[in-house]
Design a protein around this ligand. Structure first.
Ligand SMILES: C[S@@+](CC[C@H](N)C(=O)[O-])C[C@H]1O[C@@H](n2cnc3c(N)ncnc32)[C@H](O)[C@@H]1O
Length: 357
């Protein structure tokens, strides 16, 4: 595996040099069970740049995605499949800004979309049996495990990606329910309603889904007739009451911008929030960003309000196998007990293996 990752790393090094990005290594995570397949490997290329405008002066998401997409194009599905024939593979690029910084000499991909515009993606629902038959998901995968565990009849596909059921927010919600009485939950980004099912099992009646996608809302209304479903965008949704728990499941790239715009509002209306924040190695950049890691401060677009720290006295990161999450809690939450119960459920520190090139 190490030699295969080095081989991939050197191909990436050659191609990303065109963008003045220097690949210094690879880090990776082998999940206990991958999302759609039984086995997986999630890979991030460590990249250094001296160019503070790598993502544009005000951050353009198209520039963030350009090197990520380039890795899939350069390595190619055929090569990736031949290197890891029986594993689900995810690729990402983690860009570290290094001093001394230099004035940019080249232009990266031009931004074509606003950073917040992730909401129009096509959503569809598939039966697990048909996905198993077509080989798209496997026995032993996370998707299948959670469909079975919560009696969910469908998997949600968003664009080309299987987006729900996920693991970290539902596991965190279950853990919270063992530490305090949870009477009310708001979930923004509902998917197939995994957390709604967990809420029903825990006797929670006051549950609201917010989802921007009309097809997703239609689906949730059909399957959760007693819960409120609001077809709204997280960025404009009015928090006008208190929730014991808020679950954020809107898509990892939006999280820093959501916090910048709505962080204070969010914090004023809940006791605890769980952000689904990434996949170990994939969108790790956004995960570290909202955790408030110090190395982000020199980027020209960065502000502390894109992190959870200004809004919650307790903030910690954790992961449930491959899915990372960041939790913000107020002082009325018994954090030590919650962290203990989460560890007992299988939450653990985020851990990578590294290969230096
Ligand atoms: C990854 S799925 C959620 C998975 C779900 N939380 C689970 O645990 O299974 C993402 C959902 O967020 C919704 N979404 C994406 N961007 C949103 C936004 N800005 N506001 C509200 N909903 C959004 C999508 O329509 C989709 O239903």
């Amino acid at each position: 595996m190490i030699s295969t990752l080095k081989e991939m790393g050197f191909v990436a090094k050659e191609r990303l040099a065109e963008l003045e990005l220097n690949v210094t290594g690879v880090h990776y995570y082998v999940p206990e069970r991958a999302q759609a397949w039984r086995k997986g490997i999630y890979i991030s290329f460590d990249v250094h740049t001296k160019n503070p405008e790598s993502f544009g002066q005000t951050f353009e998401v198209a520039r963030r995605q350009a090197p990520q997409k380039l890795m899939y194009t350069v390595l190619g599905v055929k090569l990736i499949r031949s290197l890891f024939p029986d594993r689900e593979v995810l690729l990402d690029v983690y860009v570290h800004l290094k001093r001394p910084m230099s004035h940019p000499s080249i232009q990266y991909a031009t931004a074509t979309k606003d950073v917040l515009d992730f909401t129009e993606m096509y959503v569809s629902y598939k039966r697990p049996s048909s996905l198993i038959q077509s080989g798209e998901i496997e026995e032993g995968s996370t998707l299948l495990r959670y469909c079975k565990k919560y009696g969910l009849p469908h998997v949600m596909k968003q664009g080309t990606h299987y987006a729900s059921p996920d693991s970290s927010s539902v596991e965190a919600l279950e853990a919270i329910c063992t530490t305090q009485e949870v009477k009310s939950v708001l979930e923004i980004g509902g998917g197939v309603g995994t957390c709604g099912r967990a809420a029903q099992f825990n006797g929670i009646r006051d549950f609201t889904f917010v989802d921007v996608n009309p097809i997703a809302c239609q689906y949730l209304r059909r399957h959760f007739t007693r819960f409120r479903v609001a077809e709204e965008n997280a960025f404009t949704f009015q928090f006008n009451r208190h929730w014991d728990v808020i679950l954020m499941g809107i898509g990892y790239l939006q999280n820093p911008w959501f916090l910048e715009k709505r962080g204070q509002d969010l914090a004023d209306h809940c006791s605890v929030v769980i952000f689904q924040s990434g996949i170990t190695t994939f969108c790790e950049f956004e995960h570290d960003w909202i955790c408030g890691k110090a190395e982000f401060a020199p980027w020209p677009w960065w502000t502390v309000f894109q992190t959870l720290r200004p809004y919650f006295p307790h903030v910690w990161e954790t992961s449930f196998d491959w899915q990372t999450c960041v939790i913000g809690a107020h002082k009325n939450v018994n954090v030590a007990l919650l962290q203990k119960r989460m560890r007992q459920r299988g939450f653990s520190e985020i851990q990578y293996q590294r290969v230096i090139l």
